[in-house]
Write a protein that binds this ligand. Sequence first.
Ligand SMILES: [Zn+2]
Length: 359
Amino acid sequence: MTDGQMLFAVFVLLYLHECLRLVPPTAWMAAGTSRTGWSAQRPWTRLQIAGGSPLLLSALPPMQAHALALPWVFVPEAAALRVRLTDEMTVFIAWDALALRVEESTLHLDEVTRVRLPSKALAELWRQRLGEWSGLTAEQRRSAFLKHARATLDTKAATKMALETARSTRALRALATVHCLWCFGVISVLYHRFGDSVVVFAALGVLLLLQFIQSWLFLRATRKSAAAIPHRRWRAVGIAFLPQLAMRAFDGVNLSTEAEPPHPLAWRGLMDEKRWLEAARKFWRETRYVPGWAQTEALPVEAEALERFFRHEDVAEAEYDPPPATTKLPTCPRCGAEYQSGVTACADCGGVELRQPAA
Ligand SMILES: [Zn+2]
């Protein structure tokens, strides 16, 4: 490997590192632009670092804007607080066992349980909110949760937030695309052809100029939200001199928001409708078909929030909870597995009752 190739490889690695984000394992990330449409990405949850999971932002040009969503992590149940750690794993913490403490963007709930939130401000918000909830009656907690659920399922606000993100970073992203192609494309070709020569130095000069412009654009785009961006001026200096920071300067504008992220289903209208419906069915199954669903009339509080939302959005029950395929076998309403006659509960879903076939 020549020195030039080595340098190129180092830059690619530095760039990919800059595209990595540590997010809550339950988070969803929408990537897109108002022109191309949006698609959802999920973090790689097999790996957990300090309560978060890595997510690779879309790295290839043309650069896309990103917006974060978070399903309901904290759900009040009668006897305990349910905490969603990953899509598959939840834990219960008794209300009087809560010992809330914030450390950067991590919220410690007791000695062993911790949840990484998208920002320190949000960790602080949840410390306060959970402290309040623990002092309420079960009924008051339920209505406090429903209020939170309604606020995070505002489709208009969620769409507006994502589009605003795309709008405010348009110039930064356009320049980042040019910068990325110049850095990894033009300069590599010139170096390959001319080696250490004036041409290559001139191309490096252009790269530096692009970075200075990027730094200025970054400062301009973050003027209003300066307080929410840690080390904003140092970051601008970094953007001016380090190519990998310059290429991802727009992330600093995008992902610095301290506002409460929406629920992923609030992206109706932003996401492709088919994908949205798949997600809606999944969230519904997981919140509705919990152990004990068949015996109780009352919906779990999350399912109640979703049912209200679907009604408000005019989504028919047959769409978000399609009738089971006709089968002569008992079926799990949560994961869809079929069992032999006589079995009554799904072992994979923690004892969810099976739907028995009509006689
Ligand atoms: Zn199941």
